[in-house]
Unconditional design. Structure first.
Length: 388
């Protein structure tokens, strides 16, 4: 609107504006400004639309939490889109870690000027921007900064512990309350209904101490062999921050017990039936049926044989090997020949084992040697016998 503070009486300034150019190049020029009479003022009245905007429902998130992004005043293109970028990422140079069209999906839908998109992917910790882009391009309409922090974590120092071995537990990225606490449970246990098997505050004791977000606690291990979970709770409550599984392993070997004698003698040509053995394990119970037996006994061939017994439990603990010695001997009496020598000694040829005694009724004692031995003059006065 053009105003003249001193128009000529009875006349109106025949003044108008001429537009040249379009868009950003548009230009308005005044024409015939009333022959220069009076002072002129140009007033332009217009309603300026609000600029595009974007925001998140929170400024800080824990990794893995959903991120709600609200956008507004967009140009209503179906392919306007929102992307989540780390602060060090340049859009167009790298792909967005997560993104969606204004419809809320990765398929273009209705062109919306505003709305809310919920991103559920797990993003690493760091500084981020939610960026609002125009029509499938990288013409940025708006941006908003937010942060992602690491999720609280808890983990055993190793996946398996021996029975009675101290449980060492590491935790990190916690809320740093003095009464944040760590406890051990069976996997199926509801912490709010049943007590823990072992626990401590993050300071390492059952009395609240230092408020730590990161550290290590050691818990006594009176646990039986089996599967367990470590749970990390917030500030003396049962609000679970993190959990991890571990195992108390079976490290006790089974025990094999022989049935019958450890040394057995049988006649050649007869049938040998082994008495067998039993096996028991602290965790697995009766393992007798799993014993591996190596029985090489051949009664057609006289000799000494060793039968071995072995077993392994379900935790791969091997029992100490147990043996039985089986002597297969000829059923016929052993031969015995005595030759008296000119020098007073005797030479004895025999089968099996040679024994001597001062009386025919014994006691008998063995003589070292096999098959043929020569004995001194003193020994020549003894009684001799061969045994198998």
């Amino acid at each position: 609107m053009l105003l003249n503070d001193k128009p000529k009486t009875g006349q109106s300034a025949n003044t108008f504006w001429v537009k040249t150019g379009e868009g950003d190049a548009a230009k308005w020029t005044i024409k015939n400004a009333g022959a220069g009479r009076g002072n002129f003022a140009a007033r332009i009245a217009a309603q300026v639309p609000p600029p595009p905007a974007i925001s998140t429902d929170r400024q800080e998130y824990i990794s893995g939490e959903p991120i709600k992004v609200t956008f507004a005043n967009g140009p209503k293109n179906p392919k306007d889109w929102v992307g989540l970028y780390r602060s060090d990422m340049i859009p167009g140079s790298v792909a967005a870690p997560d993104w969606a069209y204004v419809s809320g999906t990765r398929t273009a839908g209705e062109g919306l000027p505003g709305g809310t998109i919920t991103f559920t992917s797990t993003l690493p910790s760091g500084d981020y921007f939610a960026r609002f882009f125009k029509d499938d391009g990288y013409g940025q309409l708006a941006q908003h900064a937010f942060k992602i922090f690491p999720a609280p974590s808890v983990a055993p120092a190793k996946p398996e512990f021996e029975e009675g071995e101290t449980l060492v537990v590491n935790f990190a990225h916690g809320p740093a309350n003095a009464k944040d606490w760590i406890a051990v449970y069976k996997p199926e246990t509801d912490p709010a209904k049943l007590p823990s098997l072992a626990w401590a505050y993050v300071g390492g004791r059952q009395i609240a101490g230092e408020a730590l977000a990161k550290g290590t606690v050691s818990l006594p291990n009176k646990l039986a062999v089996g599967q367990y979970v470590i749970r990390y709770f917030e500030n003396d409550t049962y609000k679970l921050l993190s959990e991890a599984a571990f195992k108390v392993k079976d490290s006790t070997a089974p025990v094999i017990t022989l049935k019958g004698q450890a040394v057995v003698t049988v006649d050649a040509g007869t049938e040998y039936v082994d008495a067998g053995s039993t096996a028991t394990d602290k965790v697995d119970g009766d393992l007798t049926s799993f014993i591996a037996v190596n029985n090489p006994v051949d009664t057609s061939k006289p000799g000494t044989y060793t039968i071995t017994y072995n077993v392994i439990d379900n935790a791969d603990n091997a029992a100490a090997e147990v043996n039985r010695m089986v002597q297969v001997v000829n059923a016929a009496p052993p031969s015995l020949t005595i030759e008296r020598n000119a020098n007073g000694t005797v030479t004895v040829t025999f089968d099996g084992n040679l024994q001597t005694a001062s009386s025919v009724n014994g006691p008998w004692k063995g003589v070292e040697g096999a098959g043929r031995v020569t004995l001194s003059t003193d020994e020549a006065q003894q009684f001799f016998r061969a045994t198998r």
